[in-house]
Design a protein around this ligand. Structure first.
Ligand code: EPU
Length: 417
């Protein structure tokens, strides 16, 4: 077990460099199985979710090498085996092996994925997509066998906009015969990154980034080199840190357009920030105005930044509201923010934050990845010492978070307990 200890109250000054996007990398790594040749992925973040995917790749017989941010995957000797529950449930993104293995071998056997406990998170739309391509899905408890004699292009309408289902259906469809259309597809930048990667390997995908994606099946996918896009959620988290404690803090290697919804809200609050092509600078401002935020699919306000921004809303002068529309159980940070001294009430899928509150360090728990990020942000502002337990959740998704914050002046350390 690990815990993070923060001494709050220190200004953040200097530069934080953003790593490759977790939610892109965790799709690109399984997607590489579709190639018959060597695939090189660059800007892969060093996070434990990638280690878990490596474990699955290695279990299947792929040769994986990692040198810094470069990962090379040779899937030529892969054997399509049943993926055990113990490794499927280590993370959410293990579900991308469903699409990739089904696409390549027309059969996959694995278990329901793991991931943060922030809602029901069903995979019915992924399965519906596979069925529309001609696959048969046999579910026994948490085990799924998905099998097809032949995958044939189909027309799929997603009842709910889903990042995972959109990517998984693309993975299964790239080698199907004929044309697949995904309607009401997710438009997140990670979808575009995955489609570009598949196209570089020889796939024919158009429309990624819009609500209709068209995939024309091909027989073979080859080698390619691809860079993971910068992580917009990691970027957003450090931008919020800058709004809380920054002294001309520079956040570099970002695509500002990907966090436009966040930046718009920060400007509305009165935060002082300047954006440039691939970086921004941000400073702590006093007397921030309260705002109302509703999470939306991209390009709306990201659900993954909902918990981090709550840390900032506790410092605003007045009542802010935050409505969560994607997940049913993404307010587990509230109990701990209130323990630190915030004044937040939960009303169904909405929280009401009455600020400003002076936070004082206490012992709190990172119940999930972004809740943990929120508690780190609040710990940076709180008076005295904040101890965050169960931080394994945080290390799944933020590369070198301790080192990055320490380098700009935070007093933060990771301890084994
Ligand atoms: N949904 C269904 N059926 C499905 C799939 C999704 O009802 O078959 C519902 C979900 O329950 C949820 C909504 O659709 O209410 C959106 O879920 P989505 O499928 O988009 O989420 P996901 O693919 O499971 C990814 C990220 C999440 C991020 C969401 C939304 C990965 C591995 N995870 O999840 O990231 O919140 O998209 O942007 O890419 C995180 O990084 O902290 C995180 C949770």
């Amino acid at each position: 077990m690990k815990q993070i200890i923060i001494q709050g109250g220190n200004l953040l000054e200097g530069t934080i460099r953003i790593s490759g996007a977790k939610n892109s990398a965790v799709a690109l790594v399984p997607a590489s199985l579709l190639s018959d040749e060597l695939v090189k992925l660059d800007n892969i973040p060093n996070i434990s979710d990638i280690d878990a995917l490596n474990e699955i790749l290695t279990f299947l017989g792929a040769k994986v090498s990692r040198k810094g941010e470069l990962m090379e995957i040779d899937s030529s000797a892969v054997e399509n085996k049943s993926i055990p529950e113990s490794i499927s449930k280590k993370l959410r993104a293990s579900y991308y092996f469903m699409g990739a293995l089904l696409g390549k071998y027309k059969k996959v056997e694995m278990y329901f994925p793991g991931g943060c406990s922030i809602g029901a998170r069903p995979i019915n739309l992924h399965l519906k997509g596979f069925e529309a391509l001609g696959a048969k899905v046999i579910g026994e408890g948490s085990k799924y066998t998905i099998i097809a004699d032949e995958l044939k292009g189909g027309h799929i309408y997603l009842d709910t906009v889903s990042v995972g289902a959109t990517i998984n259906i693309m993975l299964a469809a790239v080698k199907a015969t004929g044309i697949t259309i995904i309607d009401n597809a997710a438009k997140e930048p990670e979808i575009v990154n995955v489609a570009t990667f598949l196209n570089q390997m020889g796939a024919k995908i158009s429309g990624a980034g819009t609500s209709q994606i068209r995939i024309t099946g091909v027989e073979k996918l080859g080698s390619c080199y691809m860079e993971v896009i910068p992580d917009r959620i990691e970027a957003g988290t450090y931008v919020i840190a800058g709004a809380l404690m920054g002294k001309n803090l520079k956040i570099e290697n970002i695509i500002p357009e990907h966090i436009e919804a966040l930046l718009t809200k920060l400007r509305e609050m009165g935060v002082s920030l300047d954006t440039y092509d691939d970086y921004l600078t941000i400073s702590k401002s006093d007397n921030l105005k309260p705002v109302d935020i509703t999470t939306q699919v991209y390009p709306g306000f990201a659900t993954d930044l909902q918990q981090p921004i709550t840390a900032l809303l506790t410092t605003c002068n007045g009542v802010s509201t935050l409505e969560e529309t994607i997940y049913e159980n993404r307010f587990q940070n509230v109990e701990y923010l209130n323990k630190l001294g915030a004044n937040i009430t939960i009303d169904g899928q909405k929280i009401i934050i009455d600020g400003p509150s002076k936070l004082v360090g206490k012992k709190v728990v990172a119940t999930d990845l972004r809740a943990g990020a929120c508690l780190i942000l609040s710990g940076l502002t709180a008076q005295g010492e904040t101890i965050i337990e169960e931080v394994e959740h945080i290390l799944r998704g933020y590369e070198n978070i301790i080192e990055k914050l320490e380098a700009v002046g935070a007093k933060i350390k990771l301890e084994e307990i």
